[in-house]
Design a protein around this ligand. Sequence first.
Ligand code: CDP
Length: 219
Amino acid sequence: MQTHSHFAIAIDGPAASGKSTIAKCLARELGLVMVNSGAMYRAVTWKILQMGIDPQDATAIVAALPLLQLSCGVSGNYSTVSLDGKVLDEELRETIVNQSVSIIAAIPAVRNMLVQLQRDYLNHTSLVMEGRDIGSIVFPDTPYKIYVDASEEVRAARRSAEGVTDSVAARDKADSNRNNSPLIVAEGAVVLDNSDHTVASAVAAALDILRSQGLAMHD
Ligand code: CDP
């Protein structure tokens, strides 16, 4: 929900579509904070695995949620996620997290907890938030929404170029087919096909979309 003078730019899309890169560049260009909502789902997943809980055991996961010492902040222009007072970083990209995150992200209680934390950011700052349900669920009222897409080949190639073992197709299938907050093109979102863009041309295209959606910019 939009509050006061702060506003949100919602960037959604499938895994490895390039939305993080675009969101980061937009935030830099526009002087906003970039919030990576996926890092929050990854942090919960990492901790659940650390606790030895089976990612398929939704009852045990829901019971563990109140015990998690999860806090979300900002460092420079980027969001941070801490667990037990420690900022998480590389742990969030571990293969085991990639394999389990979409299962845990489908649990409604997990989503409710994290959506609240995501909305809380807007009490402090204007932001660019990237994820799967930012334009549809987290900030449905924002006029600024982009859905970043790219072909499956391009996305799989991007992940392997990063040296990460990640079943992008399996995660996308799970994220798109779940009942709760599936990955969709939100109402009002403009699709940006990032298959053949350079970073610079993708960011320019995103800025054009935001301008067309009414975002005032000092060019
Ligand atoms: O960076 P990448 O697109 O690979 O993934 P991510 O943004 O780090 O998100 C990891 C996983 O978290 C996704 O595959 C979803 O299962 C989940 N997620 C979600 O359900 N909703 C969001 N707003 C963000 C992420």
